[in-house]
Each structure stands twice: as C-alpha cells, then as structure tokens.
Design a protein. Structure first.
Ligand code: FES
Length: 174
C-alpha cells in the first residue's frame, strides 16, 4: 500500500483568474519572456488528450478536474492500466498522470506541465523524475521543480494514491 501526501498548490492560471484576468490576458502573461514560438494556444486547463483512457472499463469515478474533485479507481488487471504494474511505466488518465516510480512507489501528479501547461510530461525511471518534453522542465516525484524554465515556476500538484490490499486496484483522490 502506498500513500503520498497531497499538495494544494494553486495553479498559476487559477491564481491569475482569481485576480480577474481574462484568458487572453493569461496567454499574454504566459508568453512574456518566453518568445512567441514557445507559446501554446492551449488553455491552462486543457481537456484530456484523445487516445488516453478517460473512459475505460477499468476506470471508475472521476479523473477530470472539469467534472469535479478527482476521485477514481483504476483496475490494474485491465489492459488500459496493466502496464502500471511495471516499475518505470506511466499512464495518463483524465487530468492526471500515474507513474510506478523507482522502488515500486505509485506517484500521481497533474499531467500538464506548470510552465505552459503542455501535455508532454513523462516519467523517467533512470533519473526518477518527471520531464516535460516541450521545453525541458523537470520535477521531482514530490512535485517540486528541479529544472525551471521560468523563474518562480510552480510545483506539480500531487494526488493521494492508494493501492488496494490485493494490489490490483489503485485509487486516486485529490
Ligand atoms: S510546457 Fe514548457 S517546459 Fe513544459
């Protein structure tokens, strides 16, 4: 059974929205200092990327932040999730990324990078960290930023992960 602390780090977009900034103003803010070619047209709360199991017979509950609190269970005997039994593998589900990290510890983290919220984050077993292929940000498995692309870059949000007694059900909660 694995259990990880949950962080309540507010995403930068959420913070700026709380100040009343529009989406256009948010994009302008994100693009400042990074150069236009580095800017994404994605919103900061992207929909899950097609091709990942947002619906699956092995998934019960809610994995999408737009639909409410994260609270779901995946069945590791299901083909969509069975690779999670292997150390070093990861799967993206709804708005989260689940990884079986070094030593067999499950870590669940927000799937979009906190730099420009691109969906290009992966787990790297050799360095036991998360890497964003968009511009090279890296994050430790506690969500902290280890290579920041911009000053003050936010940590990744972690979710609590609980493995069932029989080792085949993984429950993820906010
Ligand atoms: S979006 Fe730029 S490093 Fe991830």
């Amino acid at each position: 059974m694995n259990s990880n602390p949950t962080t309540d780090q507010m995403k930068r977009g959420e913070f700026l929205r709380s100040l009343g900034m529009s989406s256009a103003a948010l994009m302008a803010f994100y693009c400042m200092g990074t150069g236009l070619t580095a800017c994404s047209s994605k919103s900061d709360d992207p929909s899950p990327t097609p091709g990942t199991p947002t619906t699956s017979s092995g998934l019960t509950g809610n994995a999408e932040t737009a639909k409410g609190a994260i609270n779901f269970t995946v069945d590791l005997t299901n083909a969509d999730f069975s690779k999670l039994k292997t150390v070093g593998e990861f799967v993206k589900v709804g708005n989260v990324l689940i990884a079986n990290t070094k030593g067999g510890k499950y870590v669940t983290i927000q799937r979009d990078c906190t730099h420009e919220h691109q969906d290009l984050v992966s787990y790297q077993l050799a360095s036991d960290n998360f890497y964003c292929n968009a511009h090279g940000s890296t994050y430790a498995t506690d969500g902290s930023v280890t290579v920041a692309i911009i000053s003050g870059q936010a940590a990744m949000k972690l979710y609590k992960t609980t493995l069932s007694a029989d080792g085949n059900k993984l429950t993820v909660t906010a």
